[in-house]
Design a protein around this ligand. Structure first.
Ligand code: GLN
Ligand code: ZN
Length: 757
């Protein structure tokens, strides 16, 4: 059997692309220097893949920011507001990705959305009635030729036509089906061009095929492909799916004149069953995703082999593949110097997954697979239970009953008690938690980690930053303050480091969006709280001000979703274990005089199953209770906030209200405000702070712009339920944008108050 991957991480082993891009944004290096860094990363990755013996090596999996955005540029689906700026090609691209504010104009970025059920985010292409889809870009061809020049014939990867049209946002009256002909023509032309360049295969990524599909969706999909495949230009086509199974279109997919079908046999609950039930078409290659592309545990060869041998009975030509792009795992274990061998032997990052593929290839080629050295070593690794069990925690989780998940008294009574207690002005202003993590903060934290400064020096520094942050917020005039989260590298990793049962890594960075990377901690054993994690900082911060200071925690579902999860116990079990620990922290904060506690569930939606039929049972039925358990023990006068990094919750609106928080802040500035209508229609009970400006972009929103947003909110939300805040934490921004933006925000709120009277 041959081997293949769907894509490789592009940020570089040590995040070289991130650092170079950020230097470029600051004007510290030229475009040519950035391009050189990018090329070095690509060639390095190619070399690794070649050396590993991988048979199908992808190209065009590289991107300066995001692959969907690349596809929009490839297909001429770029709003004129960006092209009209008159910037260079690269800068036009970055303007669409990040927004642009400068001498040539002032435009916001395209909307950004979560990539299926991952923590990666893509830029949402905008299509309006004037959009003319045609092949205008050259990047995939250049990258193919670049790889060919270095001796590797790659398989170019392109976001597929169906997925592209499904992900786009339609601004005018035309819809996806109106773009079938032009899109299919562009993809056909692309195939022909690759044919003439000497490509043997092209991979179209079609993850949207694993979503619930309507009859219209299926028609869109088949219409596109029938047209695209009319003349393949001598190139073989692989339609690659991932993140689930293709139960709605398996037969249509098999019926297409394509040469390879990529199925996810890790997350695709029904993938194997589909092949067994319906068979697999003769003459096509099955790319079998048996090596998990999302998690960092070593593949269990025994179970991979079982799947492969089942498939072998049904398909003649099987290629061993990863379940999805390796974009979602860190690059290499080589830079994990602190994690002991005891743990490390259980791990496989991208580079190690290449080795696993090579091993699986050797094993499957052997006449006696289970006798091979590789197989035996792997079987030995998986045969012993790992350490890290905590009987007490398991017992507590098992003993939870219905009433543990209910906070009393009910919402309305609490709202009354809290209004009385806090006496906040109408439209209270607040922020989401973090303040800019300036160079001095990062340097101190890094020095502290390396042991270069003492505990007391570090604490003194953090206290100084907290004091400055509070003084700043008081000067700006915010109503509910935060301590700034300077002690935190990341909202999940910080808690991972404080909790027992977690392992943390040094260099396990994964791209989240653009140049932003995250380093998810690893859940190794049962989770418990050894000691208070945030109380000291919150109490110190509260001691410096008379205004309410929010205690700031990350919720159990987000901690779980932004960690690499265990595979030996259920997600539900892990979530409840974490909830136990966070609840202890909530109660400690309350006992120490913190009156408002924000429990962020930034990633609540992240692992919502892609298919609606799986939502309740596989997810919401435990995720919402896990959050409720965290705060069900607080007093009525303690105000519980939560925050979410997106506003797509129209479809789970009841569940969000059911989390029973007192206040929720969420992202709303990049999306249209339809969510506000949904809140109103559903009589949303929780008080709300829809973000009034986008913190992901380096722009400073004017007071009038913020006021306009507030007015729109006012039309839809009862005044006494509306909070005013940015749409997310400020840590990725600089003070130069943050301070004027918050001043404008407070002034906008004041004017809105006056107008309301
Ligand atoms: N409290 C966190 C912060 O402000 C929330 C971050 C987030 O929502 N991603 O950084
Ligand atoms: Zn957020």
């Amino acid at each position: 059997m041959q081997t293949s991957i769907i894509g490789y991480p592009r940020i570089g082993n040590l995040r070289e692309l991130k650092f170079a891009s950020e230097k470029y944004f600051r004007g510290e290096i030229t475009a040519a220097e950035l391009e050189k860094t990018a090329k070095d990363i690509r060639l390095y990755n190619l070399g690794l893949q070649k050396k590993s013996g991988l048979d199908f090596i992808p190209s065009n999996d590289f991107s300066y920011y995001d692959g969907v955005l690349d596809t929009a540029f490839l297909l001429n689906a770029v709003p004129v507001r960006y092209t009209a700026l008159g910037l260079s090609g690269l800068d036009t691209y970055f303007a669409a990705a990040r927004g642009y504010q400068g001498e040539k104009g002032d435009v916001k970025a395209l909307a950004m959305k979560k990539w299926y059920n991952t923590n990666y985010h893509y830029m949402v292409p905008e299509i309006d009635d004037s959009t003319e889809i045609k092949l205008v870009g050259t990047k995939p061809f250049e990258l193919f030729s670049e790889a060919l020049g270095s001796g590797v014939k790659t398989r170019p990867v392109i976001v597929g036509a169906y997925t592209f049209l499904k992900l786009a946002r339609y601004k005018g009256s035309r819809k996806a089906s109106d773009f079938i002909a032009s899109t299919a023509d562009a993809y056909s032309e692309l195939l022909k061009k690759f044919g003439s360049l000497g490509a043997e295969w092209v991979q179209f990524d079609e993850p949207s095929l694993v979503m619930d599909m309507t009859a219209d969706d299926i028609r869109l999909f088949t219409a596109l492909y029938e047209k695209i495949l009319h003349d393949k230009g001598g190139v073989k086509v692989l339609v690659q799916t991932y993140f689930g199974d293709v139960r709605d279109c398996y037969n249509e997919l098999c019926g297409l004149d394509i040469d390879g079908i990529g199925l996810d046999l890790t997350e695709g609950k029904r993938s194997l069953e589909l092949v067994k039930k319906n068979g697999f078409p003769q003459g096509k290659t099955l790319f079998a995703g048996v090596v998990n592309g999302k998690n960092i545990w070593r593949c269990n060869y025994a179970s991979a082999l079982v799947t492969l041998s089942e498939l072998e009975k049904l398909a003649h030509d099987i290629v061993i593949n990863t379940s999805c792009s390796l974009l979602h795992v860190p690059c290499t274990l080589a830079n994990e110097t602190r994690l002991g061998e005891f743990y490390k032997k259980h791990f496989a990052y991208a580079e190690e997954k290449l080795t696993e593929l090579a091993e699986l290839k050797r094993i499957t080629a052997s006449s006696c697979p289970t006798e091979t050295e590789e197989y035996r070593r792997n079987a030995a690794l998986h045969s012993k239970p790992r350490d890290g069990g905590n009987e007490a925690v398991r017992k507590k989780v098992a003993a939870l009953t219905e009433k543990d998940f209910v906070r009393l008294p009910g919402f309305a009574e609490r709202e009354r008690i809290q209004k009385e207690r806090f006496r906040l002005p109408l439209f209270p202003t607040t922020t989401i938690g973090s303040f800019p993590q300036t160079a001095d903060v990062k340097a101190k934290r890094s020095a502290y980690r390396k042991g270069e400064i003492s505990d007391s020096d570090y604490e003194f520094f953090i206290e100084k930053k907290i004091a400055e942050c509070i003084a700043l917020q008081e000067e700006i005039g915010l109503d509910v303050l935060v301590h700034g989260e300077f002690e935190r590298n990341d909202m999940v990793e910080y808690f991972g480091e404080c909790l027992d049962g977690y392992l943390f890594t040094e260099k396990a960075w994964v791209q989240s969006y653009g140049t932003r990377c995250v380093k998810p901690p690893v859940i190794w054993g049962d989770i418990s709280r050894a000691k208070p994690m945030t109380v000291k900082w919150s109490v110190y911060a509260q001691s410096l001000t008379d205004k309410p200071m929010k205690g700031m925690l990350t919720g159990p579902v987000t901690i779980l979703n932004w960690s690499f999860p265990r595979e030996d116990i259920s997600l539900r079990e892990s979530a409840l274990q974490i909830a136990l620990a966070i609840r202890e922290e909530v109660l400690d904060l309350e006992a120490n005089g913190i009156s408002i506690i924000q429990v962020d569930e930034a990633a609540l939606r992240e692992k919502l199953p892609l298919r609606r039929s799986d939502w309740r049972e596989d997810y919401l039925d435990w995720a919402i209770p896990a959050f409720r358990y965290v705060h069900s023990g607080v007093k009525p006068e303690t105000q519980i906030h939560t925050h979410m990094c997106y506003s797509e919750f129209a479809d789970i609106i009841r569940d969000i209200d059911d989390m029973d928080a007192d206040v929720i802040t969420f992202e709303a500035s990049r999306s249209d405000l339809t969510i506000l209508d949904v809140l109103r229609e559903n009589d949303f009970r929780t008080e709300v702070g829809p973000g009034v400006y986008d913190i992901h972009s380096p722009r400073v929103p004017s007071k009038d712009e913020i006021k306009a947003a507030v007015s729109k909110m006012r039309e839809r939300i009862p005044a006494e339920k509306l909070w005013i805040n940015p749409d997310c934490g400020l840590k990725t921004r600089g003070n130069e944008e943050t301070v004027p933006s918050l001043k404008n925000l407070v002034n906008a709120a004041k004017e809105a108050r006056n107008e309301n009277c």
